[in-house]
Ligand binder design. Structure first.
Ligand code: FES
Length: 110
C-alpha cells in the first residue's frame, strides 16, 4: 500500500502525519480523511489554489498535471517546481512526502 507522509505544519499538522494511501481517491480528500483540515474552497475542481501542496518525494512518479491544473497552480502562493493541487492528485501506487504551504490564496473567492 502506498504511503503518504505529511511534513509538520504549524496549524494543520503540528506533528506531521503518515497514512496508507487509497488509490483512486484524491490526495486532498485523503488528507481530510486523516484529520488534516486542508482548505478546498472550490470543492476540489481545480478552480482555486487552496489545496496546494509541495511534493517533496515522489513527484516524478505521479501522473502529470493537466493544463487546467497548471494554469491554476501559477497563481498559488509559494509555487515550486514540485507543486500540485492535491485535489487533482491520485496517489496511485506512489509513496509521497508532501509539505503543506504556510499560506494559501483563495482565487475562487476573488
Ligand atoms: Fe480548489 Fe483543489 S480544492 S483547486
Amino acid at each position: 500500500m502506498p504511503r503518504v507522509t505529511v511534513l509538520p505544519h504549524e496549524t494543520l499538522a503540528p506533528q506531521g502525519a503518515s497514512f496508507d494511501a487509497v488509490p483512486g481517491r484524491s490526495l486532498c480528500q485523503q488528507l481530510l480523511d486523516h484529520g488534516i483540515d486542508i482548505e478546498h474552497a472550490c470543492g476540489m475542481v481545480a478552480a482555486c489554489t487552496t489545496c496546494h501542496v509541495i511534493v517533496r518525494e515522489g513527484f516524478g512518479r505521479l501522473p502529470p498535471s493537466s493544463d487546467e491544473e497548471d494554469d491554476m497552480l501559477d497563481k498559488a502562493w509559494g509555487l515550486t517546481a514540485t507543486s500540485r493541487l492535491s485535489c487533482q492528485v491520485d496517489p496511485g501506487a506512489t509513496d509521497l512526502t508532501v509539505e503543506l504551504p504556510k499560506y494559501t490564496i483563495n482565487h475562487a473567492r476573488e
